[in-house]
Design a protein around this ligand. Structure first.
Ligand code: SF4
Length: 213
């Protein structure tokens, strides 16, 4: 059984998969409390489902074959590995969005990991598990920094440079209402930093507080 917040189909709003139809399986519960969290509702369990129930719901959105497992923090529930295996056996491409604080060592290679490194503006900047860098595949996984201001930007830039992540897929994303995208764009261009700036597409398509999109 897994504690679930919501399951829905929408347009992927982040990562290099942005713009594609995607089924989201949002697991309930999170071990962090980021200041800007936009899914506070996911801290609480909405429904407990078996793996079979989840797969049945996911299949309602056929022919979409892209699934993102997210949260909350999905790795808080060890049974998530069973869900991943079942989805893979059923031919789904799996994105796993995780806050970076929990070990990735048991996550199969075929999963595309989108791993947060929390910056100071989140209030959780000590949460990242550095060992996780060993589990991130440069060819296909993505590392995401959510930024609230220029201090966060410089902190993230230093992290990328010191950890020699220049050739990884690095995402820099401004917190909506906190950091003006034009400012972030200017800093990246001025520094000629090899990172991908991204805006949360779903917040432009729908109301930014709308759930299930
Ligand atoms: S890790 Fe994600 S879900 Fe958890 S508090 Fe931070 S932003 Fe919210």
């Amino acid at each position: 059984m897994l504690n679930i917040s919501e399951i829905f189909c929408s347009i992927q709003g982040e990562s290099t998969y942005a713009g594609l139809p995607c089924i989201f399986v949002r697991l309930a519960g999170c071990n962090l409390r980021c200041d800007y969290c936009d899914t506070v509702y996911s801290y609480k369990n909405e429904i407990t489902l078996t793996i079979d129930d989840i797969i049945k719901k996911v299949k309602e959105y056929a022919p979409v074959k892209l699934v993102e497992i997210t949260g909350g923090e999905p790795l808080m529930q060890p049974k998530v590995c069973q869900l991943i295996e079942t989805l893979n056996n059923d031919g789904y491409k799996i994105l796993l969005e995780t806050n970076g604080s929990i070990s990735l060592e048991n996550i199969p290679e075929y999963v595309i990991k989108i791993v947060d490194v929390k910056c100071p503006g989140s209030g959780e900047e000590k949460s990242f598990s550095l060992e996780n860098l060993e589990c991130i595949n440069q060819e296909k996984d993505e590392i995401k920094f959510v930024l609230t201001d220029n201090f966060d930007y410089n902190w993230a830039k230093d992290f990328v440079l010191k950890s020699k992540l220049n050739d990884y897929e690095i995402l820099f994303s401004p917190v909506s209402d906190k950091l003006n995208p034009q400012d972030l764009a200017k800093w990246i261009i001025d520094d000629k930093l090899n990172v991908r700036m991204q805006l949360q597409l779903h917040k432009f398509i729908w109301d930014k507080n709308k759930r299930g999109v």
